[in-house]
Design a protein around this ligand. Structure first.
Ligand code: SAM
Length: 187
C-alpha cells in the first residue's frame, strides 16, 4: 500500500525519502524505541505514514497547499488520523503548540535547516535525536550548477559545519540515501 503512495509521488515528481533513507529512519526508530516524532516537511505524507506504521505518533508540518490536501487524503486513506497530526503551517513562522519528541526529522527547505534546527531542537526529550535528510544533495559538483544551487550547496556545507561544532550535540554523518545526519543531544 505504501508502495502505491511511493509510485504516485515518483510519478508526480514529489520528492520523498528514498528507500535507504527510510530504512535508516526505521533502524533508529526501532533501536531507540522512538515513540514521538516531529517531522518538518510532510509533502504527501509518505514518510509520516511510514513512521506511523512503525508505531510512532507523528506531528508533521507542511506549508504547501496542494501537498497539505494530498497528505490529508493519504492520512485518512491509511486510517492514521489518530497517529499523525498534520500541521498546515510554515515551519519558520509556526507558533502553535508542540509536544516533546524522541526524534525530530528535518526534511523541508534545505536552505533553512539551521533555522529549523535552532527552533525545534529545544523540543527534544532528553536523549532525543535530530535526523536531517539530503545533506549530500545528490552529490552535485558546485562548479557545474547554477548560482541558486551553488548557494544551496554552500548553505548545506555551512550547516554540516554548524552541526559538527555544536557544543550541545554529537553528530554523525551517513551516506544512506542522499546523505543523512543524526545528532544526539549531549546529556
Ligand atoms: C522533501 S519534501 C518532504 C518529503 C517527506 N518528508 C517524505 O519523505 O515523504 C519537502 C517538503 O517540505 C515542505 N516545506 C519546505 N519548506 C517548508 C517550511 N518552511 N514549512 C513547512 N513545510 C515546508 C515542501 O513544501 C515539501 O513538501
Amino acid at each position: 500500500m505504501l508502495e502505491q503512495l511511493k509510485k504516485e509521488a515518483l510519478k508526480n515528481h514529489v520528492p520523498i525519502i528514498c528507500d535507504e533513507g527510510l530504512s535508516f529512519l526505521k533502524q533508529v526508530i526501532e533501536k531507540h524505541k522512538v515513540k514521538d516524532v516531529l517531522e518538518i516537511g510532510t509533502a504527501i505524507g509518505y514518510s509520516a505514514i511510514a513512521m506511523a506504521s512503525f508505531g510512532c505518533k507523528v506531528d508533521t508540518l507542511e506549508r504547501h497547499e496542494l501537498m497539505i490536501e494530498e497528505a490529508k487524503k493519504n492520512i485518512e486513506y491509511f486510517h492514521m488520523e489518530n497517529q499523525i497530526q498534520l500541521i498546515a503551517e510554515d515551519a519558520i513562522t509556526y507558533k502553535g503548540p508542540l509536544r516533546t519528541y524522541d526524534l525530530i526529522f528535518l526534511d523541508a527547505a534545505k536552505s533553512q535547516y539551521k533555522r529549523f534546527f535552532e527552533k525545534y531542537s529545544p523540543h527534544l526529550k532528553p536523549g532525543g535525536v535530530v535526523i536531517c535528510d539530503n545533506l549530500s544533495f545528490h552529490h552535485l559538483d558546485p562548479t557545474k550548477v547554477n548560482r541558486h544551487t551553488r548557494q544551496l550547496l554552500r548553505k548545506l556545507k555551512e550547516f554540516k559545519a554548524y552541526l559538527k561544532e555544536h557544543p550541545d550535540f554529537e553528530t554523525t554523518f551517513h551516506d544512506e540515501g542522499d546523505g543523512m545526519s543524526i545528532s544526539w543531544r549531549r546529556i
